[in-house]
Design a protein around this ligand. Structure first.
Ligand code: CDV
Length: 309
C-alpha cells in the first residue's frame, strides 16, 4: 500500500463578521475542488474556518457570540462540504467553534475521511489570550473567555494510510504538542491558525510572526520525524491583519510548499510518510535515546521554579 499522501493546505483569506455559513462553505468547497484537481487525498482548512475570528470582540454575556458556534457536525449548513468531499473522494480537516449539548465551548478540529465520515476530533489544548475585556488593546484576543481548555489532550488516529494528529494555532508554539504526538508515532500533524500580526503584550514580536511560525513548526517536524501542515486564515479580517504563509514541512524540517500570496489559495505536497522513518529510526529513535526519567519535571510542574537562595 502506498505511503504517499497528497496533502493540500487550504489557506483562507478573511471571513467577514456578516458572511453567511453558506458563503463560507461555498469558499471551502471551491478550495476542496482545487484540492481534487491537484490530486489531493486530504485538504486541511484553518482554525475557525466557518466564521470570522470572533474572540476579537468582547460580549458581556458569553452567549452573545453563540451564533458563531456549531452545535453539531456536520449540520445543515456544512453538509454540502461533506457531500462534495465524499463525491470527490477527498478527505478534509475542518476547524470550527463547538458548543456541546451540555454547554461546553471548544475550539475544535475534525478529520473527515474520503467517504465523508468523521474519523478524528481534536479540541484545542493551549488557549491563548485573556478572559476579560482589555480595552487598552487595539483589538481583543478573548479566546480564554470563549473557549475551554480541552480535557482530552493530544491523540492520533490511523487515517490516510498513516498516523495523523491535529493541533490548533497556539498549540504549535509548544514543543510538548509535537512530542506527545510523536510518542504516539505521529507521521502527519495538521495545524490551523489565526495569528494576528500585532501581539499586544509585546509588539517587538510583530515583525517576527512569520519567522516564529516556521521556527516552531519546522522544529516540531524535525524533532519528531513527522510531516507538519500549517494552514492560515490570514489577511485583513475586520481591520485586523493576520499572518498567511501557510506551509507544508517535511520530517527534515524543510519547507516543501509555501503560500506566496494571502487570500484563499491551495498549496499541496506529496508527503511520503516513509520519510518519517529516516528520523524516527536514527537521531530521534526515542526507544534508544530518550531519557524520560530526566524529564519528569515537565509533567510534574507547570510554571518555573528557580533555585532558592
Ligand atoms: N489563535 C491563536 O491561537 N493565536 C495565537 C496568538 C494569540 C498568539 C497564536 O499562537 O498564534
Amino acid at each position: 500500500m502506498s505511503r504517499i499522501v497528497n496533502v493540500g493546505a487550504a489557506q483562507m483569506g478573511p471571513i467577514a463578521a456578516d458572511e453567511s455559513r453558506a458563503e463560507v462553505v461555498g469558499r471551502l468547497i471551491a478550495l476542496l475542488r482545487d484540492g481534487a484537481e491537484a490530486g489531493c487525498d486530504l485538504v486541511v482548512f484553518p482554525e475557525l474556518a466557518l466564521t470570522t475570528f470572533f474572540p476579537r470582540w468582547f460580549t458581556e454575556d458569553i452567549a452573545g457570540h453563540d451564533h458563531y458556534y456549531e452545535r453539531e457536525m456536520p449540520n445543515a449548513d456544512v453538509q454540502p462540504l461533506f457531500v462534495e468531499a465524499a463525491r470527490l473522494g477527498v478527505g478534509f480537516c475542518l476547524g470550527y467553534a463547538e458548543l456541546t449539548p451540555d454547554g461546553h465551548r471548544y475550539n475544535t478540529y475534525v478529520l473527515v475521511d474520503k467517504a465523508g465520515a468523521i474519523v478524528g476530533k481534536y479540541r484545542k489544548v493551549h488557549i491563548p489570550g485573556h478572559a476579560d475585556d482589555e480595552p487598552h488593546r487595539p483589538f481583543q484576543h478573548l479566546e480564554r473567555r470563549y473557549f475551554e481548555e480541552s480535557p482530552d489532550g493530544f491523540g492520533v488516529v490511523n487515517a490516510f494510510g498513516g498516523i495523523v494528529g491535529m493541533a490548533i494555532c497556539n498549540d504549535r508554539r509548544w514543543p510538548e504538542t509535537y512530542r506527545v504526538l510523536g510518542l504516539q508515532g505521529v507521521e502527519l500533524v495538521l495545524i490551523g491558525y489565526n495569528t494576528p500580526l500585532h501581539y499586544a503584550p509585546d509588539p517587538d514580536q510583530n515583525p517576527l510572526q512569520s519567522f516564529h511560525n516556521n521556527l516552531v513548526m519546522a522544529s516540531g517536524a524535525y524533532q519528531n520525524g513527522t510531516w507538519v501542515v500549517g494552514v492560515a486564515k490570514g489577511g485583513i479580517e475586520e481591520g485586523v491583519e493576520s499572518l498567511s504563509h501557510s506551509q507544508i514541512i517535511a520530517p527534515s524540517g524543510q519547507v516543501v510548499a509555501q503560500a506566496t500570496v494571502s487570500g484563499d489559495v491551495l498549496i499541496s505536497a506529496r508527503c511520503d510518510l516513509d520519510l518519517c522513518r529516516h528520523y524516527k529510526e536514527t537521531l530521534f529513535n526515542f526507544d534508544v535515546y530518550r531519557r524520560p526519567e530526566a524529564y519528569r519535571i515537565i509533567t510534574e510542574q507547570k510554571g518555573v521554579a528557580p533555585p532558592s537562595g
